[in-house]
Design a protein around this ligand. Structure first.
Ligand code: PGA
Length: 249
């Protein structure tokens, strides 16, 4: 079985000084122990060099929150997968609902981003999830399957190399968590879809994200198809993040 993955998504919350203090507190909290859990922190692009310096040789990997769908060229403001690789990124979040919602990212764009990351040797963390209106309309399963299918279609035989994160949009940053049973039901759907798409579905970790915190992590992570967490708010506090890591062991 795969190790669980606990990945922090700092979103647009960072500064040189706060990052330094946060990362040092996390590393101190680990006290040199290497947990039986994979860990990562996904930071805004300008701070990836800082994370590389702080985390190199530690048990915590680092990654970006987005990646360009293009390889290189005249795309002002974009950051390519190759650039992320230069700064040692192991992961790139793609298709976060905030990017889909505020930056108009379509399923096709998200799939292209996942493909670019894989081509550079970076693991894409592909986010899928329904809005409240979609859940209330009974469309949850159809929405997440459509979003994942777009990625599977493009990355094809590399599907076993991706990480998937189920993040119900209504649970992100709202304090409303999906119950473990609600999350597990969707994870089982995604797992079945992966099983039909790749010979090695067991390699794909399916994370839950959306108000996961120190108090609710253990019950979510105990579900059979929840292989870790994508943690927003709680990844900005070292103690909370480490408690989630401990709950994942
Ligand atoms: P949250 O964010 O934990 O603050 O709800 C999760 C995410 O958006 O990845």
């Amino acid at each position: 079985m795969n190790k669980k993955l606990i990945a922090g998504n700092w979103k647009m919350n960072a500064s040189l000084s706060t990052n330094d203090a946060l990362v040092k507190a996390m590393l101190d909290g680990l006290q040199g122990a290497v947990p039986a859990v994979d860990m990562a922190l996904c930071a805004p692009a300008p701070y990836l060099a800082q994370l590389q310096t702080l985390l190199q040789g530690s048990p915590i990997a680092w990654g970006s929150q987005d990646v360009s769908a293009h390889e290189q060229g005249a795309y002002t403001g974009e950051v390519s997968a190759g650039m992320l690789k230069d700064f040692g990124c192991r992961y790139a979040i793609v298709g976060h609902s905030e990017r889909r919602q505020y930056h108009g990212e379509t399923d096709a764009v998200v799939a292209a981003k996942a493909q670019r990351a894989l081509a550079a040797g970076i693991t894409p963390i592909v986010c899928v999830g329904e809005t409240l209106a979609e859940r209330e309309a009974g469309e949850t399963e159809a929405v997440v399957k459509r979003q994942l299918a777009a990625v599977i279609h493009v990355v094809a035989h590399c599907t076993s190399e991706i990480v998937v994160a189920y993040e119900p949009v209504w649970a992100i940053g709202t304090g409303k968590t999906a119950t473990p049973e609600m999350a597990q039901a969707v994870h089982a759907v995604l797992r079945a879809q992966l099983a039909a798409a790749t010979q090695h579905p067991e390699r794909v970790r399916v994370l839950y994200g959306g108000s996961m915190n120190a108090a609710n992590a253990a019950s979510l992570l105990a579900q059979p198809d929840i292989d870790g967490g994508l943690i927003g708010g709680a990844s900005l506090k070292a103690a909370d993040f480490l408690q989630i890591v401990a709950a994942a062991r």
